[in-house]
Design a protein around this ligand. Structure first.
Ligand code: NAD
Length: 499
């Protein structure tokens, strides 16, 4: 949609509600065995936790008849008996998800999601469980499946089923299971969905394709991943998007925190867990100095690595220079570096010619969304030997004996080889919850059949909810200062185009 009309809508949003968010929340009441079929299901990264902790008794969950301790059986999980373990995982996650828990406390009396029937299709992790339970506490009724066949924490799914949530997910689903689970969420006796919370666009896709009439009744879609957002924009372009959708992937709180801070913390974790490497004095090249690249560089510098950056954008390159990093071409340092990290969102950034020139023992990994940043396929040639040395660690051996260390076969290394901090997921989950509340309660006409960004005021509210955790105290603008800056004292403090 044209930027102009988007701004107009945002202004209307801000004028009509969310003078301050708690008040508006009150107002709402008064008035990856084989890959999944879907690319998004395997590439989606935003909220995955890949810690392996689940037991497998050999039977497909679909063959089992299970009930929880209260006789509830509208779920399909690996093993309901793991619920107690899963509950502890959820409690641990809650400790690090203060903003989401605060939202729950502030809004649970008002039940801003009363009447919302939400289909969820995301990674099923302890952090996601905190979101599901928050949506429930705010009045929503949910049915949930996994957006990735490898990422479900089985014990967490069991804990949710034990708590009475219809969950259809287990680690190691087949492709057929994957779609069956989504359909079980959509099709339920006496339950018609009116909201979607998606991560990759699969639930949206299935509902639109198989139940177009039900799709038309949806009040809003909240989409988390780049791939899903891309699909939504395509639907919008071709006139097939008949409901409003919120792109939370591009909200400021997501980009700043998930991309920058989360990657800053998890890159070291992933490299250490897989290789036990010591970073001091190591030469590292980070390809791409966007938010993710900045996070990686900051973390590596902290441990004394010598860092090079490659960039195509002169502004980001200049930022890297100002931050004290050497901006070089990959070709110029490829023979000497100990670690190569891609973080561009682009493809074939590291190609076979680069890989041939790497020195013996070089570690190579990717932090970008898709597994095409490193041309891994080019390494699948007869003269090279692949040796799996650990989970997610392959040695690729050249005929002369040189070996390089490839992590996670070029997929997102932090999500494949480490866990993601719950605090960051609290920010993302709070953003998702607020987007659902906003779309569900928006008066007719505020949102049309299009893809929207979260209003800046709500982005700011997500951050506000997380500040008490740090005992942080905001400075309040005086009336005079607010007039001088031309903004409302209560925000938004930045224009909508601020990213
Ligand atoms: N691993 C994670 O947890 C995680 C989290 C968030 C985002 N991501 C993904 O990481 C990728 C980067 O995200 P971002 O927010 O930093 O994006 P960004 O657009 O801010 O940064 C990417 C940078 O790469 C540069 N670039 C593009 N092609 C290049 C090339 N051939 N060589 C060198 N530089 C190049 C661009 O100029 C840009 O500055 C995206 O794919 C994103 O989806 C990963």
């Amino acid at each position: 949609m044209p930027v102009g009309s988007y701004l107009v809508i945002c202004v209307q949003v801000l004028q009509s509600s969310f003078k301050n968010a708690p008040a508006s929340l009150r107002q709402t009441r008064t008035k990856r065995r084989s890959r999944s079929l879907s690319t998004s299901s395997t590439d989606s990264y935003s909220s995955g936790s890949y810690s392996s902790s689940s037991e497998d008794d050999g039977l497909s969950p679909r063959e089992k008849s299970q009930t929880n301790s209260k006789g509830f059986s509208d779920f399909c999980v690996s093993n309901i008996n793991q619920a107690a373990f899963g509950r502890r995982e959820i409690e641990i996650a809650e400790q690090e998800m203060p903003g989401l828990v605060l939202l729950r406390k502030r809004a649970e009396n008002d039940k801003p999601l009363k009447g919302a029937k939400i289909i969820g299709c995301t990674h099923i992790t302890a952090q996601l469980a905190v979101l599901i339970e928050t949506l429930g506490a705010l009045g929503g009724s949910v049915r949930w499946s996994a957006c990735n066949i490898h990422s479900t924490q089985n014990e967490v799914a069991a804990a949710l089923a034990e708590a009475g949530f219809p969950i259809f997910a287990w680690r190691g689903e087949s492709e057929e299971d994957f779609w069956w689970c989504i359909e079980k969420c959509i099709m339920a006796d006496g339950w018609q969905p009116n909201m979607i919370l998606d991560d990759g666009g699969d639930a949206t896709h299935v509902l639109l394709k198989k139940w177009p009439d039900t799709f038309k009744l949806i009040k809003g879609i909240v989409e988390e991943s780049i791939t899903g957002v891309h699909r939504l924009y395509q639907l919008s372009k071709t006139g097939k998007l008949t409901v409003p959708a919120m792109n939370v992937n591009d909200s400021v709180t997501k980009i700043k925190f998930d991309n920058l801070y989360c990657c800053r913390e998890s890159i070291l974790d992933a490299l250490k867990r897989t290789t036990d490497i010591m970073f001091g004095g190591k030469q590292v090249i980070v390809c791409g100095y966007g938010e993710v690249g900045k996070g990686c560089c900051a973390a590596l510098r902290g441990l004394g690595a010598v860092i090079y950056v490659s960039e195509v954008d002169p502004i980001c390159a200049l930022q890297a220079c100002m931050d004290g990093f050497r901006v070089v071409t990959l070709e110029s340092v490829i023979r000497n570096v100990d670690i190569v990290i891609t973080a561009t969102g682009n493809k074939n950034v590291v190609n076979r010619a680069h890989l041939d020139r790497l020195k013996n023992g070089c570690i190579i990994c990717n932090m970008g969304h898709s597994n095409t940043e490193i041309d891994v396929n080019s390494l699948r040639t007869p003269e090279l030997t692949w040796e799996k040395v650990r989970r997610q660690v392959d040695h690729i051996i050249w005929p002369d004996g040189k070996r390089i260390i490839l992590l996670a076969e070029g997929r997102l290394v932090n999500l494949s080889c480490s866990t993601v901090p719950s605090f960051v997921l609290s920010i993302t989950a709070t953003t998702q919850a607020l987007a659902l509340i906003e779309l569900f309660n928006a008066p007719a006409g505020r949102y049309k059949q299009d893809v929207y960004l979260l209003p800046k005021k709500l982005d700011e509210y997500v951050a506000t909810l997380h500040l008490p955790n740090f005992d942080a105290h905001l400075t309040e603008l005086s009336d005079d200062q607010a007039r001088y800056l031309g903004i409302n004292k209560a925000g938004p403090f930045k224009p909508n185009y601020y990213r």
